[in-house]
Ligand binder design. Structure first.
Ligand code: ADP
Ligand code: MG
Length: 253
């Protein structure tokens, strides 16, 4: 079976005037369906460039990239957009929800770009299902301002799921969240991964990376380490422990 993602000597160079920035330098990497990968590294090491490339937001400067067997470098802009919309769900640090739209409307949005389109009834049905998967079944008519940060990120995850992608890409999805809410969001990703979803996320936090199965560390546009996570954290277990600790504190104070 071919890898879900295969990079071969992948390079991404930004040109601004006279300057050239080699954001990703000759990276070769394979990720199989069902993996849960954290991409780590200091600020400026090329993590976001890597994610945008994996997300087919732009093409490599040189090298090759296959997504699910498709040679991404050979596609034109429309084909690239189509591939992205069908195969990939994106999740961002700042949630990126439309503030005037309800949770359900936000989740329905990616389905509006599907070709061929689907009926509005089916759109609603699929959006409601996605909302239930992230544990917010009764919040569909809430606007983002009426939801907590963690709930907003759940809506964003539901939006990423609604076109039934093969791959979820998340750039610092817990960057704006407190520790407990971050654990809860990692719990959602772990559950999705257990059900078979491939997840790749950027984080600079070691604690968060330990919920993933594999850690890839970048420095100056290169991969400097690629390891399996041993003693992986289980978000549900960690949350249980945290709640017991909180109860103990209440009993003793
Ligand atoms: P990270 O996400 O790890 O902080 P980035 O991928 O954002 O790293 O950036 C990697 C390098 O590429 C940095 O030196 C950054 O300044 C540069 N860079 C990122 N995006 C652009 C761009 N659109 N134009 C020019 N340089 C960029
Ligand atoms: Mg970044």
């Amino acid at each position: 079976m071919s890898a879900l993602i295969k990079l071969e000597s992948f390079c991404k160079t930004y040109r601004t005037g006279e300057m050239e920035v080699h954001a990703v330098r000759a990276v070769s990497l394979e990720i199989q369906a069902g993996e849960f990968v954290a991409i780590m590294g200091a600020s400026g090491s090329g993590k976001s460039t890597m994610m945008n490339s994996l997300g087919c937001l732009d093409r490599p400067t040189s090298g090759r990239f296959w997504l699910d067997g498709v040679d991404v470098g050979s596609l034109n802009r429309d084909e690239l957009a189509d591939l992205r919309n069908k195969k990939i769900g994106f999740i961002f640090q700042g949630f990126n929800l439309l503030s005037r739209s309800t949770a359900l409307e936000n989740i329905e949005l990616p389905m509006l770009y599907l070709r061929p389109g689907i009926s509005t009834d089916l759109q609603t049905e699929r959006a409601e299902k996605a909302l239930a998967i992230v544990g917010l079944a009764n919040r569909g008519d809430h606007r983002p301002s009426q939801l907590s940060g963690g709930q907003q990120q759940r809506v964003a995850i539901a939006r990423a799921l609604v076109n039934q992608p093969k791959l979820l890409l998340a750039d610092e999805p817990t960057g704006n969240l407190d520790t407990q809410t971050s654990m809860e969001i990692m719990g959602v990703f772990q559950e999705l991964n257990r059900a078979g979803m491939t997840v790749i996320m950027v984080t600079h936090e070691l604690d968060i990376a330990r919920y993933c199965k594999r850690n890839v560390v970048m420095r100056d546009g290169r991969i400097v380490s690629d390891t399996e996570v041993v003693n992986r954290h289980d978000a549900m277990e960690e949350l249980k422990k945290l709640r017991l600790e909180q109860q103990a504190v209440q009993l003793t104070s």
